[in-house]
Design a protein around this ligand. Structure first.
Ligand code: GLN
Length: 257
């Protein structure tokens, strides 16, 4: 065998070996793919999901990770995007699970599947501590500038107020996230915000804003999955277990006062 042939044979083996290794790794990854759940959320919704020192934290983050792991899957990469982009991102396969205090609605359930409910909430009307008005009912919002985060059930409430002729269409404000809305409320650029009670209360505790009154909507949050994703049964079973064994209550104690 010449030097050249020997060399060729060695490179051949190396190439084949590398290809075989790649195939094995790819095979593993394929299996792993089903095993990994990449969750997505929309931060700026404390205490469910927000960033602290650049890190994504909150009740939903902890609960989702616990549910995924208990169900026997691996938590993949978190994606943090605008609330409005979560459902498209899920259906396109960029994320596998929505964990974003998302209310289970018939409308959304036409496009995605929801886990069993894991939290209940109504809507609150939030005003500035400096406000010189104190609305007690939706009718009292007449003539005020009212805002909500795009694509939320809070925005749904605002749309109803516009339909009912209580809020003028020109006086409705949409925010990418509620944190920006609260800034505008404190700055006096908007008179009231409509958002989920637990989040409104969290802002009231930490910012110069207060809850004026509550609109009873009786919403329930669920994790969102693609309709064809069969892993939902395992996730629901894990959620049941977490609710029964006290882990859920521990997380509530940790994130809500
Ligand atoms: N629960 C509300 C909804 O589903 C708000 C959720 C959110 O802003 N993260 O629309």
């Amino acid at each position: 065998m010449t030097r050249k042939q020997r060399f060729d044979r060695r490179s051949y083996l190396k190439a084949v070996g590398a290809a075989a290794t790649t195939a094995v790794v790819a095979g593993c990854l394929d299996d792993d793919d089903d095993n990994v759940i990449n969750p997505g959320t929309a931060s700026g919704f404390p205490p469910f999901e927000f960033t602290e020192d650049g890190e994504l934290v909150g009740f939903d983050i902890d609960l989702a990770e616990e549910v995924i792991e208990r169900a026997g899957y691996e938590v993949g990469e978190w994606t943090d995007i605008e609330f409005d982009s979560l459902i498209p991102s899920l259906t396109e396969g960029n994320i596998d699970m929505i964990a974003a205090a998302m209310t289970i609605t018939d409308d959304r359930a036409e496009t995605i599947a929801f886990s069993n409910p894991y939290y209940e909430a109504d809507q609150a009307v939030l005003i500035s501590d400096d406000a010189d008005f104190s609305p007690e009912t939706v009718e009292d919002l007449e003539g005020l500038i009212v805002g909500a985060q795009s694509g939320t059930t809070g925005e749904g409430q605002l749309d109803e107020l516009i339909e009912d002729g209580i809020v003028d269409e020109d006086d409705a404000r949409q925010y990418e996230n509620y944190t920006l809305g609260v800034q505008d409320l404190e700055a006096g650029n908007v008179d009231a915000l409509i958002l989920d009670v637990p989040v409104a209360q969290n802002f009231a505790d930490s910012r110069e804003v207060q809850v004026a009154f509550i609109i009873e909507t009786g919403e329930e949050y669920g994790f969102g999955l693609r309709q064809e994703d069969e892993r939902i049964d395992d996730l629901n079973a894990a959620l049941d277990e977490i609710q029964e064994d006290g882990t859920y209550d521990d997380l509530v104690d940790e994130w809500f006062e």
